[in-house]
Design a protein around this ligand. Structure first.
Ligand code: CAA
Length: 259
């Protein structure tokens, strides 16, 4: 098991929980933390015992953004040549298994962007989302202008990105940024429960369902529908499709074998 200094990892049954753990800096996302996160995500994605991954922070902050103190003196050639914020940050978007963000407290800047890279966001009633980069003389750099706009629409996204205004959990749910709001004390347990539920289902079907939903963001409706149809048809080659449908017909619980 890898040694980490800025994240904590644990397994709860078939669900892996990754906790961002730099509380003294409100989980500001420095290079080291993002390296560790990428490593943990890749490890769990490759682990057949893991069905889903929960990504969380602490009760005060999911993450208050990229580390401002670390990046403040960087030059353009340095950020360009390092592909800051590209490859180190996008690890979560390459994970095949479902990744659930359990967000309590601040999810700002890169923290909001990281949550939006996950597949589902569960928000604690204390969660606050925002893209305050404009206050620093820059703009979101990890997909915020794109993913927030697609999630909540232009009017609200534009207001948040241009003013840095934060959105509380209730507004985030109304705006469809988050799947659900739960009491803060329960947000990680609820996310694990969601992961466990997913873990009872057919892993190939879950992975392809995630891929198909993500296609909706990457392509035209006609192409997306065609992708979905082919993926749907392909699942008839799995034992799990036979088992799932037989179990329904026989009025019993399906026993999926992920094959
Ligand atoms: N980077 C580095 N350090 C940070 C940080 C960040 N993003 N956010 C908080 N911290 C540090 C603070 O500097 C402080 O450290 P010290 O105790 O050493 O002074 C510690 O965390 C606690 O923070 P505060 O004292 O500020 O806590 P608060 O409760 O008074 O305020 C807050 C909370 C409103 C979230 C405030 O910390 C804040 O505004 N943080 C910055 C938010 C921000 O601008 N995020 C965007 C970053 S840019 C980005 O993310 C680019 C991108 O698109 C990828």
């Amino acid at each position: 098991m890898a040694e980490y200094s800025m994240i904590l990892t644990e397994r709860q049954g078939r669900v892996a929980v990754i906790r961002l753990n730099r509380p003294q800096a409100l989980n500001a996302l420095c290079d080291q933390l993002m390296e560790e996160l990428g490593q943990a995500l890749r490890g769990y994605d490759a682990d057949p015992e893991v069905a889903a991954i929960v990504l969380t922070g602490n009760e005060k902050a999911f993450a208050a953004g990229a580390d401002i103190k670390e990046m403040q003196s960087r030059s353009y050639p340095a950020v360009y040549l390092d592909d800051f914020i590209g490859k180190r940050w996008e690890a979560v978007t390459f994970v095949q298994k479902p990744v659930i963000a359990a967000v309590a407290g601040y999810a700002l800047g890169g923290g909001c962007e990281l949550a939006m890279m996950c597949d589902i966001i569960l928000a604690a009633d204390t969660a606050k989302f925002g893209q305050p980069e404009i206050n620093l003389g820059v703009i979101p750099g990890a997909g915020g202008t794109q993913r927030l706009t697609r999630a909540i629409g232009k009017a609200k996204a534009m207001e948040m990105v241009l003013t840095g205004r934060m959105m509380d959990a209730a507004e985030a749910e109304r705006a469809s940024l988050v799947a659900r709001v739960v009491p803060a004390a329960e947000v990680v347990a609820e996310a694990v429960k969601l992961g466990e539920k997913i873990g009872t289902l057919s892993a190939p079907a879950v992975a392809i369902a995630k891929e198909a939903v993500n296609r909706a963001y990457e392509t035209t409706l006609a192409e997306g529908v065609k992708f979905e149809r082919r993926a749907f048809q392909a699942l008839f080659a799995t034992a799990d499709q036979k088992e799932g449908m037989a179990a329904f017909a026989e009025k019993r619980k399906a026993r999926f074998t992920n094959s």
